[in-house]
Design a protein around this ligand. Sequence first.
Ligand code: PGA
Length: 245
Amino acid sequence: MLRICEFTNMKKLIVANWKCNPTTLKEAKLLFNSVKNGVKNIKNVEVVICPPFIYLSNIQHLKSDIQFGAQDCFWEQNGAFTGEISPSMLKDLGVDYVIIGHSERRKYQQEKDSMINKKIKAALKIGLKPILCIDKTSQIRKLQRSVKMNEVHRLKKDFWGAIIAYEPLFAIGTGKPCSVDKAKKMRIAIKKKLNKNIPILYGGSVDSQNARDYVKKAGFQGLLVGGASLNAQEFIKIVKNVAKA
Ligand code: PGA
């Protein structure tokens, strides 16, 4: 199992979540190659691309310094689970990271905390680095009272080695990012509940204008980028701006 200390001197981490895009392999390769060329001389940022599963093996061999992640995984390593992709399969492909518990999966696939919990454990067991997405609902002001507090408690006990992505629902895909001050408060609150060395990313309407502030002013270890990661030039700018932070 990964240990938390592996992350203490970690580079800034910029994770591209392509979600269900683009619709052709040709476009996926083009996007990947543009990003690869644009970030190749940047040393102090780890860039992770999470394409749809189906493109992973096709763009894996184009790999440079870019790391790969999946957008989800199942909680068993193999067996009679039609349609699922296991952590072992991802590991075998050379994937390092896996996003788990994204709000879109909670919403459209009805993923529950208990499932997310099992997925995190299965990913850690096989040596993947899970990126657990958590949010804060507008009605619940403090993380202590959050409906997601269960995750944090379980995480504290079981999940050393995970990365947290704070992704407020109102900011995801809306073009309305969380204020830097509010995001900073959440980062500090999450850290207090967990461990001071746990890496915490910010996600939600990140673009090249605001990226640096989340790292420099709000102190996040990195970013989880959705929409803006589909535009190679915009994504490269995000990486460059964070590299300067
Ligand atoms: P967004 O998505 O950058 O398009 O808001 C972020 C995410 O869903 O991880």
